[in-house]
Design a protein around this ligand. Structure first.
Ligand SMILES: Cc1cc2nc3c(=O)[nH]c(=O)nc-3n(C[C@H](O)[C@H](O)[C@H](O)COP(=O)(O)OP(=O)(O)OC[C@H]3O[C@@H](n4cnc5c(N)ncnc54)[C@H](O)[C@@H]3O)c2cc1C
Length: 444
């Protein structure tokens, strides 16, 4: 970091780095408050470099873009949510469907990030933000008052100044690290690698295979499909393609012989998945890090003149039952812009440490930090060895025992079957009781 001379005049009130969901939301909110805003994006257009699973939970947009569902570029409205537990040859699906999720205001939608991110950034531009694409921020520096106010870019003479910088540069934030705010950044146990294939299938095949009608969509979250690596898998339906992928704990992946693409191939060959992807043509392969460490692995959320938001602040919620990052990024970006604008209105004192304190309290009052705090133990629980590698086998073997008919043998009693299956899985009663208690405390 370099020291630059303090200037009374800055190029913008606010510079937002990164035009993902967090950055575009921050730019939108700040521009609507009448601030001059520059939104800097390294891609050729917002979303051009971005990928996710994925499902967007849009209710967080209700107050920002009323009736957003009438204009947001979505693929399908998710009406079917399946949780799948599998072993290499077995699977159990808890299949939830809701007709209500197929009607406004909807619950979740599959979408393509280049479409969605560009749409959200267009709203920021329409509100008055200046969008600068194909420009990479290479550093942030303090002025002589100690506030972060200068943003360096890869353009010749590309330094820009602002009274507040909002860093929304995504997972493993270069800016948070550069500013010395991210001590956990190097800990691979706090990150997962998400990898996915997009597979083309005719619309009718998708609707037949997943039991969907019209623009209904399905979301299947899977546990037990990642070999000796802690993680999970997913299948999402788009209009004329499906996304099949895995999420892998980075520290395990580094030690394992497995590769992400091999695990996706195995998932596609699983007896439960193979009929869903039969004949599909590979359109695209992509991979990206996810900050799944949760509440205890977040960076410091800012410093004088600087706010960190979205994945850059590790706001993505990945507690096994959920993988929600876009809605948390939007909620985080909104809070960042609101406190920055309020701080700017108070003058220089308003954009120092008090702005960061306000930001934290604002987030704690909303779902962004409230959910993370409530489920702070979820990442550790879900990625623990027994949940990942023992329970899927136990659950599938138990069901196998219940449903298999072995006449002339009489049926075993369910309690006896349970103890027999648990013994075979290597799980002790005390493990099951401890994990049951931990789960109740984690999610209760
Ligand atoms: C495989 C996978 C599956 C996922 N599934 C889901 C899902 O189903 N639902 C869900 O809600 N979330 C999901 N997520 C998480 C979600 O994608 C993220 O939480 C969300 O994108 C975070 O938004 P963001 O704006 O903070 O960061 P990003 O979306 O990462 O945006 C950051 C932006 O900053 C830009 N940028 C970065 N560095 C610079 C720089 N130096 N200069 C200029 N620009 C820069 C990038 O190009 C990018 O546009 C998934 C993630 C992955 C990887």
């Amino acid at each position: 970091m370099t020291e630059s001379a303090a200037s009374a005049e800055t190029d913008f009130d606010i510079i937002v780095v990164g035009a993902g969901p967090a950055g575009s939301t921050a730019a939108l909110v700040a521009a609507r408050s009448g601030k001059s805003v520059c939104l800097i994006e390294r891609g050729t257009f917002p979303g051009s470099k971005n990928m996710f699973g994925g499902v967007i939970y849009g209710r967080v947009l209700d107050s920002l873009i009323p009736n957003w569902w009438e204009q947001a570029p979505v693929q399908r409205w998710v009406t079917r949510r399946g949780t799948v537990v599998m072993t290499p040859t077995q699977s159990l699906t808890v299949d939830y469907r809701s007709a209500g999720w197929g009607e406004a205001p909807y619950n979740g939608a599959t979408a393509f990030r280049p479409d969605f991110d560009a749409w959200l950034a267009d709203h920021a531009v329409a509100a008055g933000a200046t969008l600068v694409c194909s420009t990479t921020v290479t550093g942030v520096s303090r002025d002589s008052s100690g506030r972060f106010s200068v943003v360096s870019t890869d353009r010749p003479d590309g330094d820009l100044s602002a009274r507040v910088v909002i860093a929304c540069d995504g997972v493993n934030s270069f800016i948070a690290k550069d500013a010395g705010l991210y001590p956990h950044a190097g800990d691979t146990a706090h990150f997962t690698l998400g990898a996915k294939e997009v597979l083309a299938l005719p619309r009718e095949a998708i609707e037949d295979r997943f039991g969907l009608v019209g623009n209904e969509g399905a979301d299947l979250e899977i546990i037990g499909c990642t070999g000796d690596i802690a993680g999970g898998g997913f299948i999402y339906t788009n209009l004329e393609s499906i996304a099949v992928g895995v999420v892998l704990r980075l520290s395990d992946l580094a030690e394992s012989e497995h590769r992400a693409e091999k695990l996706i191939a195995e998932l596609k060959g699983h007896p439960m998945v193979a009929p869903l992807v039969r004949g599909a043509e590979l359109l695209e392969y992509s991979a990206h890090l996810i900050p799944e460490g949760g509440y205890d692995a977040m960076p410091t959320l800012g410093a004088p003149g600087l706010i960190i938001s979205g994945d850059a602040a590790a706001f993505c919620l990945g507690g096994g039952l959920w993988l929600e990052g876009v809605n948390f990024a939007i909620g985080g970006g909104q809070a960042a812009a609101e406190v920055a604008c309020a701080g700017l209105d108070r003058g220089d004192d308003g954009i120092g440490k008090s702005m960061v304190d306000d930001y934290r309290s604002r987030l704690e009052d909303t779902f962004v930090l409230a959910d993370h705090k409530k489920f702070r133990n979820a990442p550790g629980l879900v990625l623990s060895d027994r949940i990942q590698f023992r329970y899927p086998q136990l659950v599938c073997d138990l069901l196998e025992g219940v449903f298999r008919v072995e006449n002339p043998e009489p049926k075993p009693g369910l309690i006896r079957l349970f103890f027999r299956t648990a013994r075979k899985s290597g799980l002790k009663m005390r493990h099951i009781l401890v994990d049951g208690w931990r789960s109740a405390r984690t999610y209760g």
